[in-house]
Design a binder for this molecule. Sequence first.
Ligand code: TYD
Ligand code: MG
Length: 451
Amino acid sequence: MSKAKSQFVCRLCGGLSPKWQGQCPQCGEWNSLEEQVAQVAVTTGRFQSLAADGAIKNLSDVEAEELPRTPTNLAELDRVLGGGLVPGGVVLIGGDPGIGKSTLLLQALAKLSESLAVLYVSGEESAQQIALRARRLGVPAAKVRLYPEISLEKILHALEREAPKVVVIDSIQTIYTEALTSAPGSVAQVRECSAQLTRFAKRHGTSILLVGHVTKEGALAGPRVLEHIVDAVLYFEGDTHSSFRLIRAIKNRFGAVNELGVFAMTDKGLREVANPSALFLSQHDEPVPGSCVMVTQEGSRPMLVEVQALVDDAHAAQVKRLAVGVEQNRLALLLAVLHRHAGIAAFDQDVFINAVGGVRIVEPAADLAMLIAIVSSLKNKALPNKMVVFGEVGLAGEVRPVQRGQERLKEAAKLGFTHAIVPKANRPRQVIEGMTVTAVDRLDQAVDAAF
Ligand code: TYD
Ligand code: MG
């Protein structure tokens, strides 16, 4: 058997040397090199399992304690996380450039630093830039430890040394490991670095927040596999031209998904919006054609969102279909249902549809509101004032019930809406004060009720 090869690692910077030297060639520190077995170090490091304990047990024998939570004290972020950070939990935060990822995490770390040891690792911005931002945000930055570094090995050493409870890595695409020759940001690097950081988090009970970039197509850059490695994936959404920012959990091993946190970007950073239900309505003095208000249920909170449609004669051979904030394919499908089951044709019309305020509606409860907005624009006829509409529309023209219809109706009534068109099964069992509800089970009935 061949002798295992040894190498020398600097205790401080993690730099490697093939032979012993008095001074580390990377950081210049004296007497800091320690011998390590090269192959073992690499293989055990790379292929360990992510969970610590490998013994086989009965599920009932495993102690299932409630995980302690560390609230970030940003209530909207805690809401999406399911109550706060979990020790050993790794959270990936994705979003477009400039949407506010670094700002939010700096605000969160500054709050956490008052009671915990925290470390901000930045591979994108210099220490001065971050200090400047902290000053502008007016956050208590005295106890936030900062490490501008991109080498994974050095970062892991620093984590061992500093033993922080919460770590931000901004961003995972800038970090690289010396074990691989590919460039930072490549699939192999992103995957390997995240796996090693996750392993560290699980072993030491550290919470790690990874910032991830989003590609032009809207997916998190780097491998999708990243989403499998981490415990929670949060997406930052919102129109960079409007000041509202939404954070959505698309995966959460410690809480519910599709919970939505709402922030507003101000000159003092991100401010929480505790009651966002009327945020996504535009303020019309008079009802206008093409506008329909729906109630969407995002996680535990109902929100009113205005859906706007513009339907206009097409002048090109190819008609245009454009959807912002709702799914484009869903639009094409709904137009077909509208033609077939309500006898309203739009095949020679351009159809544009938009959810106001940069919000993205993922649930099918928006179907009926989209169709009513389209019909309203096509007929150039406004809906009655103070009306809300929700319901899923099926291919057979049926209007299907949605979850938590009662809560949606109550929220609309609270905001002064007086009429609602809803699926039959969502008809309220008790009268909701000030709200007249029309329950329908077919699309054509809904169109008749609205106009
Ligand atoms: P940033 O957190 O750097 O975005 P990301 O890390 O997601 O790329 O956000 C930068 C944007 O936020 C920038 O366009 C300016 C804006 N901003 C404010 O409006 N107010 C503020 O207080 C701060 C710090 C940033
Ligand atoms: Mg940033």
